[in-house]
Design a binder for this molecule. Structure first.
Ligand code: FAD
Length: 396
């Protein structure tokens, strides 16, 4: 490794040791940028010091709140954070999805207003794509936007809007010309959530939590200057944002091959579980095979992620190939959660009761939550369709 990078590593290591609060290390809360959530002091402090250095979005240009780090420097930063078990200082749809899209397609004014706010953790974003009649067939969306002077007036309904109740802004696909074929006539707009035309209804799950919402838009307003790209040509931008989303879900980017698998919230060591829970010799032998199979697939996947990350020198998300990583990563994550629960036997099936450890209860919830990984960001079937058409060039 060259000298400049070695020096960067030792400076980064020293700075992190001195500035990463104890409460920002190990499992725990990650700042989402939401102005509607109260975060713990160490989480706030970690965000503040990292944002001051531009390290919440290290590869973004300095003028938009980043640090202009190269891919190699960013990898070093993440490795050094991992070495002290530091959590990311900020994680939301702004840093991972909208930000990279605005860097490519935003106006200078949009970049200055939105990127700098995202970088310092001053706003949380939500994604207004899905509608009751438009999921996999997203281009069937019906939410209408009409331009009146300096504003779009928006009417319609979005659904499954993750975190809408905590979001400050929404990036949204809307129909601006209903008279043309469905992929045309769609625009990509940004709108503030705190306004009379936006009503949010959290969807209660059986667990009692509400990770996502119905979002009703009745005369909601978006400023004309917050139209991203050209009027009626938002479909391409919407798809690009999905590639950034899937790139993150597929574990690509500077931390490629080093981060925990997508969708895995309780990340237990399978070999250790086998040792702790395996009592029946016959069953343990077959479970050992399954664990080894999973570990081999996981290792091969993480090496492929790293190779892809290193090939993407510019740091930009690759195109349709992100669907391969989303598809495989999602299945791998689901399999890990199922295997975890399986290794725990009946102890991996607890919801609430004495007799289950918090690790076991967490594993059950994580297993159930992992069912969603193959749905959000586009289902496995949709990813397979994209790979067939856009990567392999097969006919429709
Ligand atoms: C946890 C979670 C969070 C989400 N967060 C958001 C969010 O923040 N914002 C947002 O906009 N959306 C969000 N979604 C919605 C998500 O994008 C959609 O659920 C997804 O795109 C599938 O759409 P659908 O639910 O309407 O299912 P449908 O499109 O009705 O699909 C039903 C089934 O049919 C299959 N299918 C459909 N079309 C085809 C085809 N052409 N070929 C083969 N099979 C097909 C699908 O694979 C699926 O199995 C979230 C979903 C989940 C589960």
């Amino acid at each position: 490794m060259n000298e400049a990078l070695e020096q960067f590593r030792s400076e980064t290591r020293a700075w992190l040791a001195a500035n990463c609060p104890v409460g920002a290390r190990g499992p725990g809360e990650i700042h989402s940028g939401s102005t509607k959530v109260v975060f713990q002091p160490d989480t706030q402090q970690w965000l503040k010091v990292m944002a001051e250095r531009g390290w919440t979005v290290p590869q973004w240009p300095k003028e938009y709140g980043g640090a202009d780090l190269s891919l190699a420097e960013t990898q070093i930063l993440y490795e050094e954070m991992q070495a002290i078990d530091a959590r990311p200082p900020l994680m939301n749809m702004g840093t991972r999805m909208l930000g990279p899209t605005l860097l490519e397609h935003g106006t200078e004014d949009q970049k200055r207003r939105h990127l700098t706010l995202i970088a310092k953790g001053g706003a949380a974003w939500c994604q207004g794509y899905s509608e009751p009649g438009a999921g996999s067939d997203l281009a069937a969306l019906n939410t209408k936007a009409v331009l009146h002077g300096d504003h779009f007036q928006i009417d319609g309904q979005k659904i499954w809007t993750s975190g809408a109740q905590y979001a400050d802004w929404m990036f949204c696909l809307v129909r601006t010309d209903p008279s043309v074929p469905k992929h045309q006539g769609i625009s990509f707009v940004l709108l503030p959530m705190d306004q009379p035309g936006v009503t949010i209804k959290p969807i209660q799950l059986i667990s009692g939590s509400s990770p996502f919402c119905e979002t009703f838009l009745d005369g909601a307003l978006a400023e004309k200057r917050d139209l991203v790209g050209t009027l009626n040509e938002g479909w391409g931008i919407g798809k690009r944002l999905l590639q950034h989303e899937r790139s993150g879900q597929g574990g690509l980017g500077p931390s490629a091959g080093r981060s925990r698998p997508v969708g895995v919230t309780v990340d237990l060591d399978l070999t250790d579980l086998l040792r702790r829970y395996g009592s029946d010799p016959v069953q343990t032998a077959s479970q050992r095979d399954e664990v080894i199979q999973w570990q081999m697939r996981s290792r091969a996947f993480s090496l492929t992620q790293r190779r892809m990350g290193e090939e993407a020198r510019g740091g930009a998300a690759p195109g349709a190939a992100t669907s391969m990583f989303k598809l495989y990563g999602a299945s791998l994550a689901q399999d890990k959660q199922a295997l975890t629960a399986d290794l725990m036997g009946s102890q991996g099936m607890g919801w609430e009761a004495a007799g289950f450890s918090s690790e076991e209860l967490g594993a059950t919830r994580s297993w159930l939550a992992s069912r969603a990984v193959t749905i959000y960001g586009g289902t496995n079937e949709v990813q397979a369709n994209i790979i067939a058409k856009r990567v392999l060039g097969l006919p429709d």
